[in-house]
Design a protein around this ligand. Sequence first.
Ligand code: NDP
Length: 333
Amino acid sequence: TRQYHLAKRPTGEPDMDCFDLVEVPTPDPDANEVLVKTLYLSVDPYMRGRMRDAESYAEPWDVGEPMRAGVVGEVVESNHAGFEAGDVVVGNLLWSEYTAVDGGELTSIDPDAAPVSTALGVVGMPGRTAYFGLLDVAQPKPGDTVVVSGAAGAVGSVVGQLAREAGCRVVGFAGSDTKTEWLTEELGFDAAINYKTTEDLGEALDDATPDGVDVYFDNVGGEITDAVFGQLNVDARVAVCGQISQYNATELPTGPRKLGTLIEKRARVEGLLVGDFAPRFEEATERLAGWVADGTIQYRETVTEGFENAPDAFLGLFEGENIGKQLVKVGER
Ligand code: NDP
């Protein structure tokens, strides 16, 4: 079995030297354990935080040890009453072709209900983040203008569509014309701004939000956030989900630079962590699956082939190489 171990902690942008591809014996499952063959491995921006030796909501990985990831896999062998060979499961496993894990850490998925990869994206952790972050934290009302950064990513693309369904005007920021076209032409965003080719973000946002901004769902931080703060309305809600533009920073950045706006506009800023909503995961998963099945929510996936290419797929997140959810296809059922 091939695994990736954390070779060293990165300073600034991680590179291939941070990943060690090692060959280990395929584990034998112990009592109550299940041997899972990885079909899809999820790479996620928060993993950058786990490469760092700092206290955070996700434990740091140890250097020389396997890295962890969301995995959809097939049960090959089971010593757990809840699973049998052939079952398809999702869980937090290792960057590995095979993992032995306590059955209690796995959830079964129905391979006939939807493509199994969606359990890592639109109906998985990113979809649930969008669901709770927008509907519970930001609380959009019909007629609100909702702005989302990182809009063509796994979380952002779902946020925008949920906001559209909530009767809001939706504006997204994304890093290419292919992405902005997907947002406006297929996902029903009212406007989308390519932040890489737009000189004055504030002016572009001003044009796109004639009635100001009531909700800002932030995946990115930095200059985009400065621009949005300039357009907030009275009683605006800002849901801080991610700050990917800062994850590779070596020094603490300055900002957000427009906090004075919060006084003037009596706006609220709230951080969110999807794990806090664990008792309601089933509700979110069911509703998201329903919306995907009836076409209300569309999704895209960027699938990198081959386990060995997982680090490339991860590093690509910081270059915006993915549209929708970034996955690594590791094995076949
Ligand atoms: P995405 O699918 O959105 O992938 C990351 C995207 O971020 C890239 O495609 C890229 O798109 C954009 N990006 C990368 N670097 C920058 C930059 N410097 N400035 C602006 N945009 C950048 O990832 P996810 O949907 O999985 O995650 C989105 C955010 O949500 C992340 O910040 C993540 O950490 C956070 N998150 C938080 C959770 C929580 O519980 N709080 C749970 C899950 C995710 P582009 O081409 O547009 O630049």
